[in-house]
Design a protein around this ligand. Structure first.
Ligand SMILES: O=C(O)CCC(=O)C(=O)O
Ligand SMILES: [Fe+2]
Length: 217
């Protein structure tokens, strides 16, 4: 498991390096923001659940959310049910399934930190785990258990998750300076409904407000 963790960390750093090349950041400062990373590796087991309970809204697998870090590496079993928001849909709140074609497949999801570093130029992907597509129509079905692994890559704790200089040279910052650790605490306080006095007004004049964001990770 530790080898897997290290392997995932190295994949994420390579992806950060690729973004540096794409954005013309030649001082290594994006990768430097992630060393050492403060990543959580989350293994989730979803118990068996009647599909009708999910349909009625009385139970969820994982509610729509964005992850907190720059990116997440996600691995799922063959059960299905993972969905990503369809941003092209004009109806809003529309999701498309990401069916498991192969259980060795790795899904890369953009998270909040990359949104903030790019001053909103790249938006975190809203995703959820729900009823597999093939079980949505017929009633009375029982959804089998499901397992997933999420390598929730996070920046180094004391590093800023405010916008990178490159993305605020021509437009004002939409996100305030805050450390990765402070950001994590703030997001956790929303998920767990804890008032964080320290950050209560930090975000008032920016695009994010605690009550406007639905998160889970
Ligand atoms: O179980 C899944 O496929 C999604 C898990 C997830 O979104 C998360 O752990 O943040
Ligand atoms: Fe997630």
């Amino acid at each position: 498991m530790e080898d897997f963790y290290r392997e995932c960390d190295s994949v994420c750093l390579t992806l950060m390096e690729a973004l540096e090349v794409a954005w013309g950041i030649d001082d290594g400062s994006l990768v430097a923001r992630c060393i050492p990373s403060a990543t959580d590796l989350r293994l989730t087991h979803y118990p068996t659940v009647p599909a009708d309970e999910i349909k009625s809204g009385s139970t969820r697998r994982i509610a729509p959310h964005t992850d907190f870090g720059p990116i997440t590496l996600l691995f799922q079993d063959s059960t299905g049910g993972l969905e990503i928001e369809d941003r092209a849909s004009l109806k809003g709140n529309t999701f498309v399934p990401l069916p498991p074609t192969d259980t060795t497949e790795m899904i890369v999801n953009v998270g909040d930190t990359l949104t903030r570093w790019t001053n909103g130029n790249i938006t975190g992907g809203i995703h959820q785990a729900t009823t597999p597509e093939s079980m949505k129509v017929e009633s009375g079905l029982v959804i089998p258990p499901r397992m997933s692994m999420a390598y929730l890559f996070k920046a180094e704790r004391n590093t800023s998750v405010g916008p990178l200089p490159k993305f605020v040279s021509k437009e004002p910052a939409k996100y305030p300076e805050i450390t990765a650790f402070g950001f994590q605490r703030w997001k956790n306080s929303i998920v767990y409904n804890v008032e964080e006095e320290e950050h209560a007004h930090t975000f008032d004049r920016f695009v994010e407000t605690p009550k406007a964001i639905k998160v889970q990770a």
